[in-house]
Design a protein. Sequence first.
Lengths: 140, 254
Amino acid sequence: MPRPRCPPEENVLRAIYTAHWDARKNRLSSSLFKGSGISVSRLAILGMIELFAIFHEELDSPPRNRFVVGGGEINIGRLQEIGRNYEPRPTELTVEEDPTERNPAHAEIPEDISKGLALVLIKALTLHRDPLAIEHNIPL
Amino acid sequence: MRSRGRVPARENDPFGRHRQEVDLLNLQRQAPAHEQAGLGQGATESATVSKLVQETVARASPTAMQASAVAAVAAANMVQGLMPLNPMHVSMAAATHAAAVAAFGIIERLRRAERLSHSPAKTSRPGFPRPVIGALSENSKRIIGEHGVQRFEEFKRYHDGWDYGRGRALSPRSVAAFESFLRRVPELAAVEPSLFLTAEGNLQLGWEDEQGRVVEVDFLPNRIDYFIESSQEEGSSRLDALPQLIERIRPTIR
């Protein structure tokens, strides 16, 4: 059964890991969005603090690793517009609801995103520090 | 006298034994693509998944399963020199391949379903430990710097299943490709490249050219993917074509 699509008015948050983010050199990797089945979380369902609590609970590797260091926010309509206008290969992007037991706000971008398009999406992100971190990892 | 390629009749489960042969053949066929797709370390799936896949394929396409079984016997006999190559058996082998491809899709769907549980117990396979990834060479350390080395050490701690089940642990073969690349481009140190870990468990280097445009190079076990923003060039290169790739990338290094 097809999963319901999230409306373009909504904003989503993509968890940013140390794997994607070189804080010292201020660089983000295309792997943040490259590929298919990219996980995002709907800010219409849960707030930033709740989401980061879930990210740390679910996505950080125990016992002391802190891999999630921030989040990138983007409006779904804006994301779709960027995909459609990406000249080398226009891509129709969607965000599908995919709630999990622990994260009811979980959603996925099912389409295959190229490196080039991923980098354009990254430039459109509003970056957020981890509100639960003692030290802020993303220098904004 | 031994029968040459005939499938002996079975009373209860006519394809039972051959299913096991097909299972082995399919796993062997799957190995390179399986690893390339980043679906697991090596060709080995757990016995449970393998059994489930075989049962599901048999349910979904009994004809393909039957053809696979006959092809498996034919292939085994051909390997042993007991019978010549026969076009009919080749077409059956193609059916075997189709079954393998179907099995692949099922494995992927199972993996996606597995994500929902986020259970570390389901993503770790203690029976098949990964090879230990050692320290980087002095050349690589010099190019990525102390900060890059720290990141490399951190990437070793990422387990299979990171990023909601999508991410894979660092691949030792990616590290080997990375080392091989850096041996040929010592001047890359000048751009102070950033080291990243991709969802497929591969190392990636990223930097900017003189105009501030992004260049990215991903080190896969059997090839190198690259992106040059200034020319919007996105492609792949086999490892044996490294010199040509390096010539393409060199102008982006200030």
